[in-house]
Design a protein around this ligand. Structure first.
Ligand SMILES: Nc1ncnc2c1ncn2[C@@H]1O[C@H](COP(=O)(O)OP(=O)(O)OP(=O)(O)O)[C@@H](O)[C@H]1O
Ligand SMILES: O=P(O)(O)OC[C@H]1O[C@H](OP(=O)(O)OP(=O)(O)O)[C@H](O)[C@@H]1O
Ligand SMILES: [Mg+2]
Length: 293
C-alpha cells in the first residue's frame, strides 16, 4: 500500500539536470500544480497526486519501498542503487538526460582495453557499476569513491583513471582526459514501484503512465501531409521516416495523384523533404504533434 492514503506520489529530482524536464513531462501529461511553501512536496491540484522533490540518489529507494508509486531518474543512478531486495521496475525510457558512463584516462596512461587498468586505482561515483564492469572482464583494480569532481582525481594523483558521466565531453577535455571504453549508456527512465497503490488509485496510476507514454512517443514525431503521383506512391512512402502505414486518400478531380498522410516517428529533415520532392511529391506539409495515444 502507498503510504499516503488517497494520493499517488511521483518522485522527481529537486534540482539538477533532470529536474526541469521531469516536471515538463508531468505537466504535459496533464497535471497542474502551484509552487507552495512546501519545497519538498508539490500538491497536484487536478488529481490526487503529490510530486516529491528529492535528491536523485534517493529516488530508486523511495520507489522500491513504495513511498512513491512512480519516479523519474537516470539509468545510471537506478543501476548503482540496485540491491538484493525488491527493486523499482523500468516502465519506459524518456529520451532525455542522455549521457554515457565512460572510462577516461590521462594521456600519460597507455590504454588499449579495460585490462590496461589492472592493478591501478580508478576514481568514480559509481563503484557498483564499475566493479561489475571490471569483474566481468577479469580486471583487478582499486576503486576510490568520489561524490563529485571525479575528473580532478588523476591530476591530484588520487587515481590513475576515472569512470564518470560524459555527454559533450567538455569536462573531460577541460581536464586533459580522454574518453575510452563505455561502461553504461544512460538516459532518464520512468520507474514504478513493486508495491501496488491502493486499489482506488490503480486506474489513475495506469492512466498517468499511458499519458506519459503518449507524450514521450509524440516527442519528435511529425504529421506529414503531401500529394503524390500514384505511380510514385511506393517510393514516396518508403522515404517517409518511421511511418507505419500511411493514409492514402483520393484527390478530387485527379486520377493520377493521391493525398498521403503519415505519422513519422523519426525526425523529418530538410533532406527528407528534398528526397520526397525529387520522387514527385508536392504540397508537402510537416506538422508537430501535440498528443498521441
Ligand atoms: N552531462 C550530462 N548530460 C546529460 N545528462 C547528464 C549529465 N550528467 C548527468 N546526467 C544525468 O542527469 C542525472 C542528474 O545529474 P545531476 O548532475 O543533476 O545529479 P546530482 O548532482 O547527483 O543531483 P542531486 O542533487 O539530485 O543528487 C544524472 O544521474 C544522469 O542521469
Ligand atoms: O561531457 P560533459 O557535457 O562535460 O558533461 C559531463 C559532466 O556532467 C556531469 O556533471 P554535472 O555538470 O552535472 O555536475 P556535477 O558533477 O556537480 O553533478 C558529469 O558528472 C560530468 O562532470
Ligand atoms: Mg545525485
Amino acid at each position: 500500500m502507498s503510504t499516503v492514503q488517497g494520493r499517488l506520489r511521483i518522485a522527481v529530482q529537486k534540482s539538477g539536470r533532470l529536474a526541469d524536464r521531469s516536471l515538463d513531462l508531468i505537466r504535459d501529461a496533464g497535471l497542474k500544480w502551484v509552487k507552495g511553501h512546501n519545497d519538498l512536496l508539490y500538491r497536484v491540484e487536478n488529481y490526487p497526486i503529490d510530486l516529491l522533490r528529492v535528491r536523485d540518489d534517493d529516488i530508486p529507494t523511495f520507489v522500491a519501498d513504495g513511498v512513491c508509486d512512480l519516479g523519474i531518474v537516470g539509468e545510471n543512478v537506478l543501476e548503482e542503487g540496485r540491491n538484493g531486495g525488491a527493486n523499482a521496475s523500468v516502465v519506459m525510457p524518456l529520451g532525455f538526460g542522455r549521457c554515457t558512463l565512460k572510462i577516461a584516462t590521462p594521456p600519460t596512461l597507455a590504454y588499449d582495453s579495460p585490462a590496461s587498468l589492472d592493478g591501478l586505482r580508478i576514481a568514480t561515483s559509481y563503484p557498483k557499476i564499475l566493479r561489475r564492469f571490471l569483474d566481468e572482464r577479469g580486471v583487478k583494480a582499486d576503486i576510490v569513491v568520489m561524490r563529485g569532481a571525479v575528473e580532478v582525481a588523476p591530476r591530484l594523483k588520487l587515481a590513475a583513471a576515472i569512470c564518470d558521466l560524459v555527454s559533450t565531453g567538455a569536462t573531460l577535455e577541460a581536464n586533459g582526459l580522454g574518453a575510452k571504453d563505455t561502461v553504461l549508456e544512460s538516459q532518464a527512465v520512468l520507474i514504478q514501484s513493486p508495491v501496488a497503490p491502493e486499489p482506488a488509485l490503480q486506474h489513475l496510476l495506469d492512466s498517468i503512465i499511458e499519458r506519459m507514454s503518449g507524450v514521450v512517443s509524440s516527442q519528435g514525431a511529425k504529421y506529414v501531409m503531401l500529394n503524390a503521383p500514384r505511380s510514385a506512391l511506393d517510393q514516396i512512402t518508403a522515404i517517409l521516416p518511421g511511418a507505419g502505414s500511411p493514409t492514402v486518400m483520393p484527390l478530387m478531380g485527379r486520377d493520377d495523384a493521391v493525398a498521403v498522410h503519415a505519422v513519422c516517428q523519426e525526425a523529418v529533415f530538410w533532406e527528407t523533404l528534398e528526397k520526397l520532392k525529387a520522387a514527385g511529391a508536392s504540397a508537402i506539409l510537416v506538422l508537430p504533434i501535440e498528443k498521441m495515444m
